[in-house]
Design a binder for this molecule. Structure first.
Ligand code: GLN
Length: 190
C-alpha cells in the first residue's frame, strides 16, 4: 500500500486525502522535512501559491521538497500546486518562489474578472471518455509547456494540464469533483 504525502500548509488538503483514501492509498500530511521520508508520492493542493510558498519557507520544508522532487518523487499538483511545481512563473508576487521540477512557464491568475471561476468539459485523451468536468478557480495556465507533455487545453488552445515523467499537474481541481481519474493516473506512477 502506497503512502502519499499531501502538502498541508494551506489549501484543499482534505479533498485530496478523501479521493486518495477512496483509491486505497494511505495519506500523511507534510509540513516538516521529516514528513517526506516515508512517502511514495506527493500532492500539492490547490489554495494560494504565495501563501504556500511563504509557509514552506517558514516551516523549513522547502529545501527538502525541492530536493525530493528533483530526485524523482512522483507529484500531482493542482492549481496553486501547479504554480509551485513550475520552474517559471509569470504574474507571481514579488519574491514568490516555486519548488520547481516541471519544465513549464505558468501564468498565475490567467483568467480575468469575468472568468475568475468557471467550469467546463475538457477532453483529456489519456483519460479517455467521458470528458473531465473541470473546475477553474482563479486558475493559472501553462504558457510554455517546455519539455512537459500537454494533456488538455481549453478551446482557445491554452494548456491546462501537463505531464512530465512522474510529474502531473492541472490548472483545475479534480479533487473537487467526483472524478478520480487524474488521481488514479498519479498513483499509477508511484
Ligand atoms: N490564484 C491562486 C494562486 O495564485 C491559485 C488558486 C487555486 O489554487 N484555486 O495560488
Amino acid at each position: 500500500r502506497r503512502t502519499i504525502g499531501v502538502l498541508a500548509l494551506q489549501g484543499d488538503v482534505g479533498e485530496h486525502e478523501r479521493i486518495l483514501g477512496l483509491l486505497g492509498a494511505r495519506t500523511t500530511r507534510v509540513r516538516r522535512p521529516e514528513d517526506l521520508v516515508c512517502i511514495d508520492g506527493l500532492v500539492l493542493p490547490g489554495g494560494e501559491s504565495t501563501t504556500i510558498d511563504r509557509l514552506a519557507r517558514e516551516f523549513g520544508v522547502r529545501d527538502a521538497l525541492v530536493a525530493r522532487i528533483r530526485d524523482g518523487l512522483p507529484v500531482f499538483a493542482t492549481c496553486a500546486g501547479m504554480i509551485l511545481l513550475a520552474d517559471r512563473i509569470v504574474g507571481g508576487i514579488r519574491d514568490q518562489q516555486t519548488f520547481g521540477g516541471l519544465d513549464v512557464t505558468v501564468r498565475r491568475n490567467a483568467f480575468g474578472r469575468q472568468n475568475q471561476s468557471f467550469e467546463t468539459e475538457l477532453s483529456v485523451a489519456v483519460l479517455g471518455e467521458p470528458p473531465v468536468h473541470a473546475v477553474f478557480i482563479r486558475a493559472p495556465v501553462v504558457e510554455d509547456p517546455g519539455r512537459a507533455t500537454p494533456l488538455a487545453a481549453l478551446d482557445d488552445g491554452r494548456v491546462v494540464a501537463v505531464e512530465q515523467g512522474a510529474l502531473l499537474a492541472t490548472a483545475f481541481h479534480p479533487e473537487q469533483t467526483g472524478d478520480t481519474r487524474f488521481h488514479e493516473r498519479f498513483l499509477a506512477a508511484t
